[in-house]
Write a protein that binds this ligand. Structure first.
Ligand SMILES: [Zn+2]
Ligand SMILES: [Zn+2]
Length: 178
């Protein structure tokens, strides 16, 4: 998602607000690994763009709802994320000769724009919990009939007690039989 910054570049001290509700698709072809399809429209940007000598400083908040299925019962679990960001998009022409290229963000398109895609994606997805649970005590799906055990008591016992007939065998130490 490219944002023009020609009004800011080369004018240290100049500042601009960027408040926008952006469609997920505006960030390109699914950059959302590992949460593809889970980021809902819109992504809310509430950012300040400050022109500094080194480039453009982007600060503010990124908000979006990420909806993924519960790992036990598969019900959708909405997660309203709101993350603070602060990133410097540097002017690559100001780099000293021989200075190592910074792997961070840069002004692009001949210093006319910044690309917020990676910043927004990282803000929303870094620290996203790997494990999704609708509730800590989610009872999950019944392994016998597939019912959502939070909603229905299907009557099946998910962890059948060990069959007492096998208990005798379990007590035998078979190594001594050889
Ligand atoms: Zn669940
Ligand atoms: Zn069942």
């Amino acid at each position: 998602m490219h944002v023009p910054v020609t009004d800011l570049v080369g004018h240290p001290g100049a500042t601009r607000e960027l408040r926008r509700a952006v469609e997920v698709a505006a960030f390109g072809e699914d950059p959302w690994t590992p949460a593809e399809g889970a980021v809902e429209d819109p992504v809310d940007l509430d950012l300040h763009l400050d022109s500094v000598v080194e480039g453009i400083l982007v600060r503010g908040r990124v908000r979006a709802r990420i909806e993924r299925p519960c790992g036990r019962c598969l019900e959708p679990c909405p997660d309203d994320r709101e993350v603070e960001v602060a990133e410097l998009f540097v002017d690559p022409t100001r780099r000293e000769e021989g200075e190592e290229a910074d792997p961070g963000y840069e002004l692009i398109d001949d210093l006319t724009a910044i690309d917020l895609t990676t910043m927004v994606r990282d803000a929303l997805l870094v620290d996203l919990p790997v494990r999704v649970l609708c509730a800590e005590d989610c009872r999950g799906l019944c392994p016998v009939c597939g019912a959502n055990r939070n909603l229905d008591d299907c009557g099946h016992d998910p962890e059948p007690a060990a069959d007492p007939r096998w208990a005798v065998l379990a007590e035998l130490d078979l190594r001594d039989e050889a």
